[in-house]
Structure formats: C-alpha cells, structure tokens
Design a protein around this ligand. Structure first.
Ligand SMILES: [Zn+2]
Length: 320
C-alpha cells in the first residue's frame, strides 16, 4: 500500500517535513514498527526524502541519489537488522559506525535505518548510544523498534520519538469503503470499532474474507459472564495467553480513563468498566496479573514438560 493512500499518516508526515524544511531536523528519529498502521510505507518514504538531494515535500524520485536508492545501491544508505531472529550484535553496530566515519560518496546525507531495534544486545545499544552522542556530519538515523518503550532510556533520550496517528473508527470505515469500493456491512462497521488501530490488517482480512477469531473479545465475554470460558489446548494456549495480556492491558486503560481512540474492546467498554467497579480492582492488581502472564510465558519457555493450557486456566480462575 503506497504511503499516499494512508490518510491518517498525513499529519505525521507534515510535521516531519516542516522540521526538515526549516533545517531543525533532529539527526536521530525513533518510529514504532507498526505495520498495521502503515509504518513500513511511512519509514521508506521518509528514508527516500532524507537521501534525496532536491527534496521538497517528498523525494523527487529523479535525482542521482533517488535513482541510486531506487536501484538498491546507494553508497550512503545503510540498513541494519536482526538476522534470522538473532539479536542485533555489537559487531553489526561497530561495522556501521566504521563506515559512517568515511566521507559520503554522494553529495547528500548518510542515512541509517536500524530495524528490529528492540532486539539489540546491551553492548550494541551502548555502541549505538556513543554514535548518537557524537554523530558524524549530515548523518540521519531512523530507528524502528516494535515498541519504543523497550529501548534503553538513555538511547531513547538521544532520539526524537514519534508516534503514528491512529485513525478513529469513522475514518477507518470511510477509508475501507473507499479501498473496497463498496458500502460496508453492519458487521464490518463493528470491526472498524474493534480494529480501528489496525486499518491495514482489517483491509487484508476483508479482502480475503479471513477475519480471525477475536480472542480478547471472547475472553471479555467470559469474564463478564456472557459466555462460557474457552478451553485452550496445546495448539491454541499461546494465543489465549496473548489475548489474556491484551484484555488485562485494556482493563488498565479503562481504569486510567483513556478515551475511545486508545481502547480496543469498545463495544464491551461499559460492561467492563462496571465489572471493574464491582470487583473494585485497581491498576496495581491488574498489573500483578499481567506479571503472572509474563511469568507463565517465561516458565514455559524455560522448562519443558509443563502444561500450558492448565497454567493458563489456573490464572483465569484467579482473575474471575
Ligand atoms: Zn531526489
């Protein structure tokens, strides 16, 4: 999906371009890797603009720098990422900083895209920190961790942190109808409420008629007594564990009184809020259960022979 077709990212883009045009652009940027919001298209467009030697609101697409990048061999563009799911190593960062010391090959800037940044080793993160503290001239870093808060605080403080705008359900419904070139059904409107923070995933599901089972919503129904508790088995308990974490995070957001745009189970919002009041649960308790989820996850990763479905059901018993 091209970047121009993602209207909710326009404001993000406008801000970056304004800073760029005014010459006040920070040399290091951290953007969360949220593919369902269009992070990939956005970041790639941003990298293009940084490399372009005559960019205005977008990369020109025709200068030598743009053409080199398009062909995949711009000598001043560097991409560092986790390989085969391993951590991003200190050697990878050192190799990068070594190359950055050299003078640029082209007239423009040197641009680095560091992907999978949440999987950096501590030594790699520290090596990167040093580079960010003493940046080489006209070098831009774009760092994209899955979640910004998983980076070292010292590292975060050296970068400009960005958040992608999340469209509301009305905007998503409008956009989807445009993309699908038809009117949405009532069920699809409901899905826009539920998944407004994941518009690209939603489009893919509707195009392929493959909307996945909504585990967090099913769990919420069970919690509220509207339906029975699910029976996780060997193949599904990991998804249910993840759903439990999603539900608990949603309960925390409700307790904190966050608005609809931050909520995911909007249709159950009122009932869940009432349930929280009846049970008199506080954020501390919810966080405690979240920690229990992480403990279950960790235990099962460390020890073989444990019964995942059973551990999960025990956790649910305590919760309700
Ligand atoms: Zn250009």
């Amino acid at each position: 999906m091209p970047f121009v077709s993602l209207p909710w990212l326009r404001e993000n883009w406008r801000q970056l371009v304004n800073e760029y045009a005014s010459g006040n652009l920070n040399h290091a940027h951290c953007l969360p890797w949220q593919p369902d919001l269009g992070a990939e298209a956005f970041i790639k467009e941003w990298l293009k603009l940084l490399l372009c030697t005559q960019a205005r609101n977008r990369a020109c697409g025709v200068c030598k720098s743009c053409l080199l990048h398009k062909a995949g061999n711009h000598p001043d563009y560097y991409e560092v990422a986790s390989q085969d799911g391993k951590v991003v190593s200190v050697d990878q960062i050192r190799e990068l900083t070594g190359k950055l010391q050299q003078t640029p090959n082209q007239a423009g800037a040197k641009v680095v895209w560091l992907r999978d940044a949440e999987r950096m080793s501590i030594t790699a993160a520290n090596a990167l920190l040093k580079t960010l503290e003493e940046p080489t001239q006209s070098t831009y870093f774009v760092v994209s961790p899955e979640r910004t808060e998983r980076l070292l605080p010292t590292l975060r403080s050296r970068m400009q942190l960005h958040r992608f705008n999340v469209p509301d359900e009305t905007a998503v419904a409008q956009w989807l109808a445009q993309q699908l070139e038809r009117v949405l059904t009532a069920a699809e409107q409901q899905l826009c409420k539920r998944y407004h923070h994941r518009p690209l995933a939603l489009l893919e599901w509707l195009e392929n008629d493959s909307v996945p089972a909504d585990y967090p919503q099913q769990l919420a129904s069970a919690l509220l007594g509207d339906s029975g508790w699910p029976a996780p088995d060997k193949s599904s308990w990991r998804d249910w564990l993840l759903a439990t974490e999603h539900l608990l995070n949603e309960l925390v957001r409700l307790k904190q009184g966050l608005g609809n745009e931050h909520l995911q189970l909007v249709s159950q919002q009122e009932q869940l809020t009432r349930w929280l009041t009846e049970k008199n649960y506080q954020v501390t308790e919810l966080n405690h259960w979240l920690k229990s989820c992480y403990d279950v996850r960790r235990k099962l990763a460390e020890q073989s022979g444990l019964n995942g479905p059973l551990l999960l059901q025990e956790l649910w018993t305590r919760l309700r």
